[in-house]
Ligand binder design. Structure first.
Ligand code: F6R
Length: 249
């Protein structure tokens, strides 16, 4: 695991974006895994800015989102279809036609179709990830099997509480989602994990220094051969001093 701790979110975003841009420079048809949520937004913008500065042609870059709520219309501004269009496609300057997002319609064929699409694209070159306060990755909540594939899941109470800020009424907060599985995510050749803010400090410390357990899905990252953590100081606050010292950028 490569752990990088930054004193500013903009420096973090630029460094993470550099890794993605390096892939696109190497392969104009690179496949990038896209997370939603607040954590990667600055990274997507830094990526878009960096690509524009270099005059990089990103029209053939392909993207796969991690997850989508069940039951929200793709046009709903709170759906992950909308979030990915706004934050990742517009932010990074991608071709929307080449960015796939799991279908939250409840179609029983959707999970297998999504797995097939990723496989047919040749797998994911770089996967961008955020981490939940409870250590979830995508919507793989604590207890998710390490070998899990794309499937429909129920959301944990803490996840629904975190997501409630995007909905006016508590009863509108989705209780289920379709998510890439941990097994699916870990097949990506490189993982970039973004953690910002003190609310993530416990999960980050447990994921990096705790035992590997399905009870904290992010701890399973320890067994992936190519993981790069991008953490700000607040999210790094509970790492042991020896790790934090080596990781400071
Ligand atoms: C993203 C996702 C989640 C988030 C995580 C952190 O598609 O499914 O795992 O990455 O909940 O969310 P933020 O970044 O909003 O704190």
């Amino acid at each position: 695991m490569h752990i990088n701790i930054f004193s500013s979110e903009s420096a973090l975003a630029e460094a993470a974006a550099e890794r993605i841009i390096a892939q696109v420079r190497e392969n104009a048809e690179a496949v990038i895994g896209l997370a939603t949520g607040a954590s990667p937004v600055a990274v997507y913008h830094a990526w878009g800015k960096g690509a524009a500065t270099l005059g990089l042609d990103q029209s053939r870059v392909r993207g796969f989102a991690l997850d989508e709520y069940l039951g929200l219309d793709p046009e709903d501004s709170r759906s992950y279809h909308a979030v990915i269009r706004r934050d990742a496609v517009a932010g990074a300057g991608l071709n929307a036609e080449l960015v796939l997002i799991p279908q939250g319609s409840g179609d029983p064929e959707a999970p297998a179709a999504y797995e097939r699409a990723i496989r047919e694209a040749g797998g994911v070159d770089v996967q961008v990830l955020g981490i939940g306060r409870n250590g979830h990755l995508g919507f793989n909540e604590p207890g998710s099997p390490a070998q899990s594939r794309t499937r429909v899941v129920q959301l944990a109470a803490s996840t629904m509480a975190d997501n409630a800020r995007y909905f006016d009424r508590a009863e509108d907060v989705p209780t289920a989602a379709i998510t890439q599985g941990l097994g699916t995510i870990f097949e990506a050749r490189e993982l970039i994990v973004i953690a910002v803010g003190e609310a993530k400090a416990d999960a980050v410390a447990a994921a990096i220094e705790g035992e590997t357990t399905e009870d904290l899905p992010a701890s399973l990252l320890q067994s992936h051969p190519n993981v790069h953590w991008f953490i700000d100081q607040a999210a790094a606050a509970k790492l042991s001093e020896s790790v934090a010292l080596v990781a400071a950028v």
